[in-house]
Ligand binder design. Structure first.
Ligand SMILES: [Fe+2]
Length: 246
C-alpha cells in the first residue's frame, strides 16, 4: 500500500503462497470472477496518490460506535456488545497513522441492512451496520459494535459465513484501498467456510482472526477483541481485493 513501485531497495513483494488463488471452485463466485489472462500491474498515477485526502474532521463523534450511531435517542443495538481495537502497522512493524478505516457487518441475527439481503433474521431498528474511524498517531484504532451473527449464503447446499466484520483501509487517497474480513477466535464455522478455505496457510487464517482480550474488556459492559492490520510484507493481512497484482 505504501510502496506501489517495486523500485525501492526494501520493497516487500507479495507472497503468492500466503494469499489464496483467485480461482477457487469451492467458492463458487470466484470461478467467473478469476482472471483468465496474464496480469498487468498498474502503478498509481500522481492524481490518484495525491488526490482526495482524508482529514480527521470528517469523522463524527459516533462514527466508530455501531451500538449507537444508528440508534434512536436512548436506545441501542441488540446483541453481544464488543469493542474491537488494534493497530495499523507497516511491513516493518511501524505504526501507520491517519488511515481511514471503514467497517460494515450484519446485525446480531446475521442480517445486513441491505435491500438484497432477504435472510429470515429480522432487522434491528437501532442497528445500521456501518462505522468508520481514523488511525491515531501510534497507528491504533478502536470501534464499538455488537458481535455479528453468522448467516447462510447460496454457495453450496448449506454454507454459512462465520461471524465476521468487513474492514476497508484507505491510505491517503481513494486509489489506495484494501479490504479484508475479521473473524472471531474460537468460531467453529471458520474452518468450514468456503471463502476462508480458499486460504492455504493456517497462519494466514489465524491472522484474520481477532483474539479475545479480557484486559481491554469493559466489566459489566463489553468484551474486547484485538485485531492488528499489517499492510505489506511477509506478515501482511490478507486483503481480498488485492489477491493478485500489486
Ligand atoms: Fe459479510
Amino acid at each position: 500500500m505504501k510502496n506501489s513501485q517495486p523500485s525501492v531497495a526494501n520493497y516487500f513483494t507479495r507472497d503468492r503462497a500466503w494469499h489464496p488463488q483467485a480461482y477457487a471452485p469451492g467458492y463458487k463466485s470466484s470461478v467467473l470472477r478469476a482472471p483468465t489472462r496474464a496480469l498487468i500491474a498498474f502503478g498509481n498515477s500522481l492524481s490518484e496518490t495525491s488526490g482526495p485526502a482524508f482529514g480527521h474532521d470528517i469523522i463524527g463523534p459516533l462514527d466508530n460506535d455501531m451500538i449507537l450511531n444508528f440508534a434512536q435517542p436512548g436506545e441501542s443495538a441488540i446483541g453481544e456488545r464488543i469493542m474491537v481495537q488494534g493497530r495499523v502497522l507497516d511491513e516493518r512493524g511501524q505504526p501507520v497513522p491517519g488511515v481511514l478505516l471503514e467497517f460494515w457487518q450484519a446485525n446480531a441475527g446475521g442480517r445486513y441492512r441491505h435491500k438484497k439481503d432477504g435472510y429470515l433474521a429480522p432487522l434491528d431498528p437501532n442497528f445500521g451496520g456501518c462505522g468508520r474511524t481514523i488511525s491515531g498517531g501510534d497507528g491504533t484504532y478502536a470501534f464499538r459494535t455488537v458481535r455479528p451473527g453468522p448467516y447462510p449464503w447460496p454457495n453450496g447446499p448449506n454454507d454459512w459465513r462465520p461471524a465476521h466484520i468487513h474492514i476497508s483501509v484507505f491510505g491517503h487517497g481513494f486509489a489506495q484501498r484494501l479490504i479484508t474480513q475479521m473473524y472471531f477466535q474460537g468460531d467453529p464455522l471458520i474452518p468450514i467456510c468456503p471463502i476462508v478455505r480458499t486460504i492455504n496457510d493456517p497462519k494466514a487464517i489465524e491472522q484474520l482472526t481477532a483474539r479475545l482480550d479480557m484486559n481491554a474488556s469493559a466489566p459489566m459492559d463489553a468484551l474486547a477483541y484485538r485485531f492488528d492490520i499489517i499492510l505489506r510484507g511477509s506478515r501482511s493481512t490478507l486483503f481480498e481485493n488485492r489477491l493478485e497484482g500489486n
